[in-house]
Design a protein around this ligand. Structure first.
Ligand SMILES: C[S@@+](CC[C@H](N)C(=O)[O-])C[C@H]1O[C@@H](n2cnc3c(N)ncnc32)[C@H](O)[C@@H]1O
Length: 365
């Protein structure tokens, strides 16, 4: 009999495997702590202050930012330990060029700092999810508040700003001349409208309509439109003013949103009815595979993706009774193609844009 103070052991434990398992578990906690520090680095402008500044001490960083040296010293040491800053000796830390691209320079397509901006809102949601597991009903994107919409906007904007118009659209067959001449374009699930507004600026003879169900995202979209005084773009609440079923659009886009929808099949049908017979639909959705095994094998970020799914994508896709609930990795190409066919499309062609996370497809009636 083990002494009463020891926990009951139902199965024998291998000490090596126990150590490795604990290390893996605490590695995830380390990731959470580092993510919180990245959030602070962004909110306080620390990466921007470090960008191009060479190796800085905490006192030098304090002088540049007006923040307290002692707090900065701890933050710098954490970032050095996490491998995000290079330690150059004598208390100096440097943000290398790659770190600047990913964490500080939102004009660079590799910049991902925006995804950390919504982290607190994303984690706060976890407190409400036990209820979702019990009832089956998730939460829509608006549950993250304005901070959530801002984070999504900042997360996706660098790619849209740097690559959508100059790199991606020219690779969609026969599209550019139509947009240059004047076309009616819709972006469904437009979020804060960055993709739509980039296209509207580039093609002044075309007319652009963004549709979303998130009031926070639509409010930001309208602010973004008004700030740049873009006359040829409008945003619509997809529930109050759905896509018209009149075949009046020549180009429709859906960026990273079909898997979030409660009724993606319904949206696909609506897109078909809104699109002219010679129109084009460009889909971007998360690169996914047909089985769990393949997702884990092929996607080094699979654990993050399934976590993001529970916290936002799956939750959104189950936010109404009867929601489809596909979730982040729920739309592999075979399923997408089947669904587009069921909605009345015949042409489905992958478009390789070398995106690290998204797959693109050109779809036509
Ligand atoms: C991950 S965000 C992507 C936003 C934007 N396309 C981008 O790339 O920045 C998914 C968006 O889909 C929207 N959405 C979810 N269900 C929708 C629906 N049925 N109709 C239109 N938009 C929807 C959400 O409100 C959210 O803004």
């Amino acid at each position: 009999m083990p002494p009463a103070s020891q926990p009951p052991v139902s199965r024998p434990l291998d000490p090596e495997r126990l150590r490795a398992y604990a290390k893996r578990t605490f590695g995830h906690l380390e990731g959470a702590m580092t993510s919180a520090m990245i959030y602070l680095g962004d909110q306080l402008g620390l990466y921007r202050a470090l960008a191009g500044a060479g190796p800085l001490t905490s006192s030098e960083l304090a002088e540049r930012t007006g923040l307290h040296e002692r707090w900065l010293r701890e933050w710098l040491q954490q970032q050095g330990a996490a491998g995000l800053l290079e330690f150059r000796g004598e208390g100096r830390f440097e943000l290398e060029a790659e770190g600047e691209a990913v964490l500080a320079n939102e004009a660079h397509p590799a910049c991902g700092i925006g995804f950390f901006a919504r982290l607190p809102a994303q984690l706060r949601i976890a407190e409400r999810l036990p209820e979702a597991f019990r009832t089956g009903l998730g939460l829509p994107y608006d549950a993250f508040g304005p901070e959530g919409a801002e984070g999504i906007e900042r997360g996706f904007a660098p790619w849209f700003r740097a690559l959508l118009v100059p790199f991606a659209l020219p690779r969609v067959p026969d599209l550019l001349p139509r947009l240059q001449r004047g076309e009616r374009v819709a972006d469904v699930g437009c979020g804060a409208g960055i993709a739509l507004l980039e296209m509207a600026k580039a093609f002044p003879h075309s007319e652009f309509h963004g549709y979303d169900v998130s009031q926070h995202a639509l409010a930001r979209a309208e602010q973004n439109r008004a700030r740049d005084a873009i006359p040829n773009a409008r945003f619509h609440d997809a529930r109050a003013e759905p896509l018209p079923a009149d075949g009046s659009f020549g180009f429709i886009t859906t960026f990273d949103c079909l898997h979030d929808m409660t009724d993606p099949a319904g949206t696909m049908g609506a897109i078909r009815r809104a699109l002219r017979d010679d129109g084009t639909w460009l889909i971007a959705d998360i690169k996914a595979h047909g089985s769990y095994e393949r997702n884990v094998e092929k996607n080094p970020m699979a654990a993050m993706m399934y976590g993001t799914s529970v916290l936002s994508c799956l939750s959104s896709a189950l936010s109404e009774p009867g929601g489809a609930g596909f979730g982040t990795l729920g739309l592999p190409p075979e399923r997408l193609q089947r669904m587009t066919q069921a909605a009345g499309f015949t042409h489905f062609e992958p478009l390789d844009l070398g995106h690290p996370v998204n797959a693109f497809y050109v779809v036509r009636p």
